[in-house]
Design a protein around this ligand. Structure first.
Ligand SMILES: *Cc1c(COP(=O)(O)O)cnc(C)c1O
Length: 354
């Protein structure tokens, strides 16, 4: 740390992204990327947009907003695109939270929420998950703080119903509820329809998981137009051109190719169920995941041991060292070839230790 670093930030512990190794070819099942490349149409749209890179991109993202609004059946003033959904999440912390409006989220959830709170000097509380890693809706009824919930939750993969979320939203009308739907396309119900009924919910989604575009950095938030206007105030005060031209073109093409993207999600959900069933036969237990990852623990081998053994064998998964979930690994669901190699490798690891 230099002697110039502001005291505002010098106690900040930044978010640790999953490894992106370049030195060796791993089967990468550690950051929940899609095993599918972007569609041909998406790739072409992005490369054609390269000939306009001398110009600033449209700061209002008009065309992208329009096609997205049609897709979700909302107004184009009810959506805001950002540089990944991490940016819209940060904007929500910046726009709506402060010392009088602290934040609350589960103790086990997306690791970026506490970082955004700390970055913006926002006090926050965490609510423990129940023993089976589920969120107890009752804990959030009338809690009177700004609530951040990943639904499905990460890294557990477990989803709440829209009814349950509606109860949370309805009981906290003087606070905002942010529902982070990074994984919703793999089998959970979206809360987008609730934005018509409640002026205190923001739903965020991303192109990084279901839409095969983690590298393009595109996410968005959907909410009533007053909340979107506030988020726009933050956007125009930080980075009006937060979506570059290549990404904008690719995003439009992704909505045009929605049928293909939905088909990819179905394949992943199928591979997930199939792989979880095979892991159970090897002595693993898995949470009921509605996502593109499996959260698995072995009956006798430690989470760290399995992580290291897989790594030695060229397979990268995500292990979190925190006490409560240290026995588990989060394994991204890949294509069937990758899943066959994963299961085969885990079979020999478990057999070696019989
Ligand atoms: C991956 C992820 C995000 C955001 O990813 P971006 O690439 O920034 O869109 C947000 N929330 C959760 C829970 C995630 O897993």
């Amino acid at each position: 740390m230099s002697r110039f670093f502001s005291s505002k930030y010098n106690k900040l512990t930044p978010y640790t992204p999953g490894e992106q190794p370049r030195e060796r070819q791993f089967i990468k099942l550690n950051t929940n990327e899609s095993p599918f490349e972007p569609t041909e149409h998406m790739k072409q749209a992005a490369s054609q947009a390269a000939s306009r890179l001398q110009l600033y991109p449209d700061p209002e993202c008009k065309k992208l907003n329009k096609i997205a609004a049609e897709h979700f059946g909302i107004g184009s003033d009810e959506i805001l695109f950002t540089n990944g959904s991490d940016e819209i999440l940060n904007f929500a912390f910046m726009a709506f939270c402060d010392c009088e409006h602290p934040a609350v989220f589960p103790d086990i959830t997306y690791g970026f929420y506490p970082v955004f709170a700390q970055l913006n000097g926002i006090p926050y509380e965490t609510v423990p998950l129940k023993d089976e890693f589920t969120i107890d809706v009752e804990d959030y009824i009338g809690i009177n703080k700004n609530i951040f919930i990943a639904n499905p939750n990460a890294p557990t993969g477990i989803a709440l119903s829209v009814n349950d979320i509606e109860r949370i939203v309805a009981s906290n009308r003087d606070n905002i509820v942010v529902i982070d739907e990074a994984y919703v396309d793999f089998g959970a119900e979206s809360c987008v329809p609730l934005i018509k009924k409640y002026d205190n919910i923001i739903v965020t989604q991303t192109f990084s998981k279901s839409r095969s575009a983690a590298g393009a950095r595109l996410g968005f938030g959907i909410a009533c137009k007053e909340l979107i206007a506030d988020l726009n105030t933050v956007k125009y005060s930080t980075n009006p051109y937060n979506i570059n031209g290549l990404t904008m073109a690719l995003g439009i093409a992704a909505f045009e190719d929605d049928a293909k993207i939905k088909e990819n999600c179905r394949i992943i959900a199928h591979n997930r169920e199939n792989t979880a069933a095979r892991l159970k036969k090897l002595g693993f237990s898995c949470t009921a995941s509605s996502t593109n990852f499996i959260f698995a623990k072995h009956s006798s081998l430690s989470g760290m041991y399995i992580y290291e053994k897989l790594r030695e064998n060229g397979i990268l998964v995500r292990h979190f060292s925190s006490d409560k979930i240290g026995d588990y690994n989060r394994i991204t669901v890949g294509n069937s070839e990758q899943m066959d190699i994963l299961v085969k490798t885990l079979k020999s690891i478990t057999e070696e230790n019989l």
